[in-house]
Ligand binder design. Structure first.
Ligand code: C5P
Length: 398
């Protein structure tokens, strides 16, 4: 996405450096406008280096390669104003276009996100509150300000929202609502299979893939339940209902209890295939333990789901393989009776828990390589496929 970041002159401008950096890392193309005051807090050169583009600070004195205010307004898909000072909010609320940022704001017709930052008394002032309401009515999405300690040492509302929160809001406002009305159940993370209260069998999955799918599906309007194992660290979107489980048996129970109420199941969890047949109630001294422990198989949750609901609901699995991922995924898809399987390679260039990976969507129609190379891309492309499938069929039946 093409994101324009407008920075006004407050001490929180330093946080916008991280915001720009994160936007770029997330794959967005970013251009920055600084108000003349902002350029006193952070040098244009910093933003130029982070965004990789010339930075506009003035209407008359544009650096080489910078776009005009009209071109910038048309270029961007989203405008983030962070930090927004009380003064900038007042100018924007009255439509006073006297610098590059306010000119672009007036000419821009896409999503606008604003992260105010100022002293608590200034934020609480009826004038600022009135300006915030006007901007809100004009469709600006406010994020923050947060409560806490400000640069002045005072405590109160006025801290600029953290870059992660701003990015989250950008994802919320720009997502299509093509999954509205769909109910999805998603599993994520590894399971823990205890030998005793302190020893367990598990795997390195962090659940990132499942959480990204859950969050993106919720943004796109689906009602999402996330059944997550104990290893899941990534935070779920506020709109996602979360059920925490520990063992594969608990995961199976949670999934089966919710399956009747959903349309789509995505099994992204790395369920432990086995569990210790015997589980000790207390920690035994290691000398007393046998080195051979009998294991028993866990239920294959997704296969059982497919057996019961295949043909009525869309069922999608994940296959993490060390080699030959696509062929193995196609075989597993057929053996388990799934509509689709996402194949990905583990143990090579990309490890567990990393944002990057290499994946393919394997269906009865063939194999499609996921593009972009990140788990976020894979989440979005899988949801695109689901969306097309649901719309194409006029339902989710085969
Ligand atoms: O057979 P394999 O474990 O490679 O298949 C992976 C897929 O099966 C994933 O979608 C995973 O969530 C699911 N699975 C399951 N229950 C198991 C093992 C795997 O649902 N016991």
């Amino acid at each position: 996405m093409r994101v324009l970041v407008g920075v006004s002159g407050g001490i929180a401008a330093y946080k916008s450096c991280e915001l720009v950096s994160r936007l770029v890392q997330s794959g967005h193309e970013v251009r920055v406008i600084l108000t003349p005051k902002a350029a006193e807090f952070v040098a244009p050169m910093t933003f130029r280096a982070l965004s990789g583009h010339p930075v506009s600070t003035s209407v008359v004195d544009e650096p080489e390669g910078a776009l005009s205010h009209i071109a910038l307004s048309h270029w961007a898909d989203a405008l983030i104003i962070a930090p927004a000072t009380a003064s900038l909010m007042a100018r924007l609320a009255t439509g006073l276009a006297d610098d590059m940022l306010s000119l672009v704001y007036l000419g821009f017709r896409g999503h606008v996100i604003m992260a105010p930052a100022m002293e608590p008394d200034m934020w609480r002032h009826p004038r600022t509150q009135a300006n915030a309401r006007i901007l809100n009515d004009d469709g600006v999405v406010m994020v923050g300000p947060g409560e806490g300690r400000l640069a002045s040492g005072r405590i109160g509302p006025g801290r600029m929202a953290e870059p992660a929160e701003v990015l989250e809001r950008l994802g919320d406002v720009t997502a299509p609502h093509d999954l509205s009305g769909l109910r999805m159940l998603i599993t994520a993370g590894s399971t823990w299979e205890p030998f005793d209260p302190v020893r367990l069998l598990t795997n390195p999955s962090t659940g990132l893939m499942g959480v990204l799918i859950a969050n993106q599906a919720a943004r796109r309007g689906a009602r999402v339940v996330l059944v997550k194992g104990p290893s899941v660290i990534a935070p779920a979107h506020a709109a996602v209902e979360q059920l925490g489980v520990t063992t594969a048996l608990q995961m199976a129970e949670a999934v089966h209890s919710r399956m009747p109420d959903v349309d789509i199941f995505v099994g992204a969890a790395a369920v432990s295939d086995f569990r210790p047949a015997e589980q000790l109630a207390r920690k035994a001294p290691k000398e007393s333990l046998s080195l051979t422990w009998r294991m028993e198989p866990n239920p294959d949750i997704i296969r059982d789901v497919a057996q019961r609901y295949g043909g009525q609901k869309l069922i999608i699995g994940f296959a993490a393989q060390t080699e030959d991922a696509v062929r193995q995924a196609q075989e597993k898809r057929q053996a388990k009776g799934l509509d689709a399987m996402v194949a990905n390679v583990v143990g090579g260039r990309h490890g567990f828990g990393e944002a990057k990976h290499e994946a393919w969507l394997v269906t009865a129609d063939g194999v499609d390589a996921m593009t972009g190379g990140t788990k976020q891309d894979t989440a979005e492309q899988l949801l695109d496929w689901i969306s097309r499938r649901v719309q194409g069929d006029g339902g989710w039946n085969r």
